[in-house]
Design a protein around this ligand. Structure first.
Ligand SMILES: [Zn+2]
Length: 59
């Protein structure tokens, strides 16, 4: 029977594996230009969108 320490260790392992997998994702290089959504001139666009528009947040 699993006790709380076993469960905590298992959750910790899952979190570590997920974090490592996320950290291994390649980061898109991006290009400078005008954002297709907000129209601002930004130093780095990925898929034609600036970081604010990609993340759905306002500056
Ligand atoms: Zn934008």
């Amino acid at each position: 029977m699993a006790d709380a320490v076993d469960v905590a260790q298992e959750v910790n392992d899952l979190h570590l594996r997920a974090s490592l997998a996320a950290a291994r994702q390649p980061v898109a290089i991006g290009t400078p230009g005008e954002c297709q959504k907000c129209g601002d001139d930004m130093p780095r666009l990925v898929g034609g969108l600036c970081g604010f528009c990609r993340d759905g947040r306002r500056r």
